[in-house]
Design a protein around this ligand. Structure first.
Ligand code: SF4
Ligand code: SF4
Length: 428
């Protein structure tokens, strides 16, 4: 059946509200939307270019670790490749923000037409479309603020959106993004998926006969009653009966629920399914648990294994090196006065955490005092390494002339602790 895509995209159908897949797809989309908004607001992921603060997984990383941003981006890219190899274009229909925005815009349009009880050509149709456009414009500004909050502080973004003249660069960021999103939601929507998005053509390279896809079961062709509901309900306006893997098919599964709905009323199973291949024996009930999870061959196993190793490496690099280091060397300067004997050292300390730390200095093994520039504490910025002059002052009564005594210097902060062995010398 030949379908005019252009016409279908202007007049999309709403996805069925019931069914096996669409309620779950809506839940996944809702969770993804909440996550996209929550991440920058809760410091789950945010690169604050003004304050030089990088947050990932609710974990602050210092500006000097921004190289990790590259590896995090590479990990996200590889994760997308791995999901695509294992589960085909599930990303497009279930998680992609472009699909979420298009689904929202199309669904809102239908709901408003229903609420205003209007159709094209009727007087209240323009009112329905006007309200639709205003809601989408407001959503676009909200999206612009959300995206800007990934790069600026949420408070800066809020102020800039409300009073643009007080922070022109931030306001421009918000409203330029909002303008792009508004154009996308008002005019582009699904056209982007089959005309500009590189993901579909790339999937053509990755996909093979074992790739998960929405497929029409040709072996049961005789059961098709040619009702056309799968085509009418398809948000992309295509006919899945023409074959799996069509460039415009986003694997949303709407047609699966539509056909189940039609044939279910006649006591038959639907003719469209998510399947790893076309053969009749690939029905879900015939698969082993490995095949259900998508492990059809060694390539898929290795793709997942490399993802796990890569994620482990990035995770350890980001979160696993929160260890302070401390070393000290005697610089040979030793003096004596009424306060006691003074031994000088060069102390080098690295703060291993992404937060500032204040270390209290104390000495074990001798009744001595440890000071840096006259203070018995040392404060370091996140991840800072500093070399500082340390003076150990001990009483003459605890050592004999010419004695070398090994003592322990303690550096203790609320999050970290280190010990350094020092040799305290009393001159002859
Ligand atoms: S053919 Fe089916 S799975 Fe593909 S886009 Fe249309 S409704 Fe979604
Ligand atoms: S919804 Fe099912 S029965 Fe109706 S045309 Fe599509 S495949 Fe055939």
């Amino acid at each position: 059946m030949a379908i005019d895509l252009t016409d279908r995209i202007i007049q999309p159908s709403p996805a069925p509200k019931k069914g096996r897949w669409n309620p779950w797809r809506r839940v996944v989309q809702l969770l993804c939307g909440v996550l996209l908004v929550a991440l920058p607001l809760t410091n789950g992921m945010r690169l604050d270019v003004r304050r030089h603060e990088f947050y990932f997984a609710w974990h602050r990383t210092a500006a000097q670790d921004l190289l990790m941003l590259f590896w995090v981006s590479m990990l996200a890219t590889w994760a997308l490749v791995a999901v695509s190899v294992l589960y085909g274009r599930l990303w497009c229909g279930w998680v992609c923000p472009q699909t979420m925005a298009s689904d929202f815009a199309d669904s809102l349009k239908k709901r408003l037409d229903k609420a205003f009880r209007t159709r094209p050509g009727q007087p209240r149709f323009a009112l329905s479309r006007g309200v639709w456009s205003l809601i989408l414009l407001a959503m676009s500004v909200g999206t612009g603020m959300t995206v800007a909050a990934y790069w600026l502080s949420p408070s800066d973004v809020g102020h800039a959106a409300l009073r643009p003249w007080t922070d022109v660069p931030a306001a421009l960021t918000v409203y330029i993004i909002a303008a792009v999103v508004a154009a996308d939601m008002l005019w582009v929507r699904r056209k982007f998926c089959y005309s500009a998005c590189p993901y579909g053509p790339l999937m053509g390279i990755v996909a093979d006969k074992n790739t998960l896809a929405v497929r029409y079961l040709n072996e049961r062709e005789d059961d098709c009653i040619k009702c056309g509901k799968c085509v009418v309900d398809c948000p992309m306006g295509i006919d899945i009966k023409n074959g799996a893997g069509q460039l415009a098919c986003i694997n949303c599964g709407v047609c699966v629920d539509s056909c189940n709905d039609v044939l279910g009323k006649r006591g038959k199973a639907g003719l469209i399914e998510y399947r790893y291949g076309l053969e009749p024996e690939r029905a879900a009930s015939n698969l082993t648990w490995k095949q259900r999870l998508g492990f059809w061959d060694a390539t898929r196993f290795w793709v997942l294994a490399t993802l796990v190793v890569f994620a482990g490496y990035v995770g350890l690099s980001l979160f696993g090196h929160e260890k302070m280091t401390a070393t000290a060397i005697a610089n040979g300067a030793i003096t004596q006065d009424a306060a006691g004997i003074h031994n000088d050292y060069l102390l080098t300390v690295e703060n291993g955490t992404p937060e500032p730390q204040t270390y209290a200095l104390s000495v074990d093994g001798m009744n001595a005092r440890a000071e840096i520039h006259g203070a018995s504490t040392l404060t370091l910025a996140p991840r800072e390494q500093r070399a500082a002059p340390l003076i150990l002052t001990g009483p003459a009564t605890e050592t004999a002339p010419g004695e070398r005594k090994v003592v322990t210097l303690n550096l203790v902060s609320p999050k970290e602790r280190a010990q350094v062995k020092l040799v305290f010398y009393r001159p002859e």
